[in-house]
Write a protein of this length. Sequence first.
Length: 294
Amino acid sequence: MSKIASTFSRLVRFVPKSNPSKILIGEPVDPQVDVGLALYQGKEVTVRPFSGSSVLSPGQKTEAVETIERVLSPLSQAEVGTIRCVGLNYVSHAAEMALPIPDVPTLFLKPSTALADPFPAPTVLPKITQVDNTGDYESEMAIVIGQDAKDVSEAEALEYVLGFTAANDVSSRTSQMNQSQWCFSKGFDTSCPIGPALVSTAHFADASKFQIRGLKNGRVMQDCPLTDLIFSVPKLVSFLSQGTTLPAGTIILTGTPPGVGAAKKPQEYLKAGDEFAVELLPHVGTLITKFENN
């Protein structure tokens, strides 16, 4: 595992109530609290800050205690570079889309400008999506790379993984189906909220033990164990690093389970005012996003 991962269990990046102009990182005092859900419900969440300013270099845990005013994405736009995304990576999702199981991972990219914070920060449905209201959700587990990785083997891949968090690969389906490349339809500003917590591989190394759920306005739309992944975390990290440097801070979205809006009968898409929760348990918690029109 990444050496940095051994220095923490899970980290949040946040604005403290004591100083709203400051950004801190730290570990929740309560190891069981679902940070995203608790804040959404108006509860107080306390954190022990670390001495560092980034999850990529957290430093040491301090004895101070701060209260979260607003939780942020675990990494900033400046830290993530290009967001790597894997399509069609759940056996049951391939089945619902009537598509064959891929032999190699399908890669597309989101720009760093797609990165967004959890609730109360909104994700904006752009005008091009509003034309026919075909904005869609995709609950995903995200891998965070902790040190530069290139040409790594599957056996050593986890040494480069800092941890895991939740993501929503928000998509514009009409734009996606109109093109063979998906970067445009999935790369709009704020189309990649992530969070609320980054769980270290030292604390939770086996991502196949996660359970992921997606809830639209409180209704369960997606519910799947990560044992259904076609390509594992080591496989993805190794594959994506072949001939290509994955810099520290790289986010890899690992695909979505069945239940996306485009596959529903009738289809069910996102509109302004909707809330979508990506629940990644244990430890990561609930990533909540509210949608707005621009």
